[in-house]
Design a protein around this ligand. Structure first.
Ligand code: DX5
Ligand code: ZN
Length: 215
């Protein structure tokens, strides 16, 4: 059974407390929190003070996805805000190994995200240091985009690489995840499904979470 991590990016920001309550009371496993800086991605979402508020009511682990340049500068601040898991993008980190060490030394679980154009092979020498890998299944920056079908192949390839390491490293997929494509992603080897619009734009978000858990 996959883990489900609702992305609050698609929720009603005027009623963030309601979205947190919904996730707390649902079968969801983690909160997925998207941070954008307007530089690495062409959009700005929310940042540290908002995450602090979400963390104060969240009863599940917070998976914080940094779509920002120079994430090492703000890593301690995200720890302070309550991040349990911190995801940095391979494309923004010139010293990725030291970023991962920094995240671990602060007591968070480290993860690396890769964009649609980035081959999974580039993870080879960092893989065993990670708690999970996030495969972007859309271009980062916006919710509500369509799933890129080639991502399935990347999930399969990464699953093989992980099996070779003999370690338990989770695969997370993020972007355009729906009830239609979730099962094929799980079958390809995905462990964590991030979903924004398909959950928060549904009439019954808790039911969509339930169905995603059972895909
Ligand atoms: C996109 C974010 C995603 C986004 C997913 O840059 O990383 O987490 O919220 O939204 P949906 O599920 O609507 O594609
Ligand atoms: Zn995300």
């Amino acid at each position: 059974m996959p883990l489900v991590a609702p992305s609050l990016l698609a929720s009603d920001f005027l009623h963030l407390g309601d979205a947190c309550k919904l996730v707390n009371e649902s079968e969801a496993d983690w909160f997925h929190l998207d941070v954008m800086d307007g530089r690495f991605v062409p959009n700005i979402s929310y940042g540290i003070p908002v995450i602090e508020h979400i963390r104060s009511v969240a009863r599940k682990p917070c998976d914080v996805h940094l779509m920002i340049e120079e994430p090492e500068k703000l890593t301690p601040a995200f720890k302070k805000a309550g991040a349990d898991m911190l995801i940095v993008h391979l494309e923004t980190c010139r010293n990725l190994h030291s970023n991962i060490q920094q995240i671990r030394s602060l007591g968070m679980k480290p993860a690396v995200a890769i964009n649609p154009h980035t081959p999974v092979e580039l993870l080879k020498d960092i893989l065993f240091d990670l708690h999970h890998v996030l495969i972007m299944t859309v271009n980062p920056g916006f919710g509500g985009q369509s799933f890129i079908p080639h991502s399935l192949e990347k999930v399969r390839e990464l699953r093989k690489m992980i099996t070779k390491t003999g370690k338990e490293i989770l695969i997370e997929v993020d972007g355009g995840i729906t009830l239609e494509n979730a099962a094929s992603l799980v079958e390809a080897g995905a462990d964590i499904l991030v979903a924004g619009s398909s959950i928060f734009q549904a009439k019954d978000p808790a039911q969509v979470i339930h169905l995603l858990k059972n895909s």
